[in-house]
Design a protein around this ligand. Structure first.
Ligand SMILES: [Zn+2]
Length: 264
């Protein structure tokens, strides 16, 4: 279940503008569909990854801002809260503008380009569902545009700089870029947690499927938590909040349902 407990007031790092963000006590990451590019069709979890555009024109990640204060639901400060706008997050249609801004922050670039990758795959998703529904899997063809190829290559380069990249994600990027040998090499290195999905991906590659594909929830290696939640784990570790860390780590390792309890 996704539950909110109020809002937090933050100050944008670029110009100090004040915004409020929704404060969750829990977020449900279960989804209707799981795709190999990481997209999941979920109605209950925020999907913008916190990428925000300040009124001064600068991009920032709102979850990286230390809250100045918290206002709980039904608080007497409700009126005061209304004066502060919600943080303007970047919608899917604004991702192109973000990419064009040539952001030099690697984490923001990774988040923006990953979202753009999944967003640009949506047309293929529709085509895939249509073919599956009509029982015509042989007609599923993935023909990425120049914009898709450029974005995937840039994302791949960002991820390859990381000490421990998500090998399933790297494999999928190589696969969609047409680099089958590199895709298979990544799958060969996947650890025990991701073996079921790695095997399913290898099978689809062998069958000639060229784009992302849907897979059953039981193939999930582990819930892929957004960077905002992973950052929350680190923050709670620093603040010595072991109960919260333990709850989130359980979610991270897939030992419990896809629900991240974020505390209050
Ligand atoms: Zn600003």
């Amino acid at each position: 279940m996704t539950r909110t407990v109020g809002t937090s007031i933050i100050s944008a790092p670029c110009c100090g503008s004040l915004y409020r963000t929704t404060r969750y006590s829990s977020i449900n990451y279960s989804a209707w569909e799981h795709w190999t590019d990481g997209y999941s069709d979920s109605m209950l979890a925020p999907s913008d990854e916190g990428l925000s555009l300040c009124q001064c024109g600068q991009y920032f990640l709102h979850w990286q801002c230390e809250p100045l204060s918290h206002i709980s639901k039904d608080s007497p400060k409700e009126e005061q809260r209304e004066e502060i706008p919600y943080v303007p997050t970047v919608g899917d249609r604004d991702l192109q503008a973000f990419i064009d801004s040539d952001c030099q922050n690697k984490l923001m670039s990774e988040i923006g380009r990953r979202r753009y990758w999944r967003h640009l795959n949506h047309d293929f998703r529709k085509h895939y569902r249509d073919c599956r529904d009509k029982g015509q899997p042989a007609l599923i063809r993935f023909n990425p545009s120049e914009a898709q190829l450029t974005n995937m290559q840039a994302l791949l380069e960002l991820l390859q700089e990381q000490p421990e990249p998500n090998l399933l994600e790297l494999a999928e990027l190589h696969h969609e870029l047409g680099n089958q040998a590199q895709a298979l090499a990544c799958l060969d290195q996947v650890g025990p947690h991701g073996q079921k999905l790695a095997q399913a991906m290898r099978k689809c590659f062998d069958e000639g499927l060229s784009g992302p594909f849907r897979f059953r929830p039981d193939l999930c290696p582990e819930p892929v938590l957004p960077p905002s939640v992973l950052a929350q784990i680190e923050a709670w570790k620093l603040r010595n909040r072991p109960w919260h860390v333990k709850a989130l780590e359980r979610v991270k390792t897939g030992a419990t349902a896809l629900r991240a309890r974020l505390g209050t």
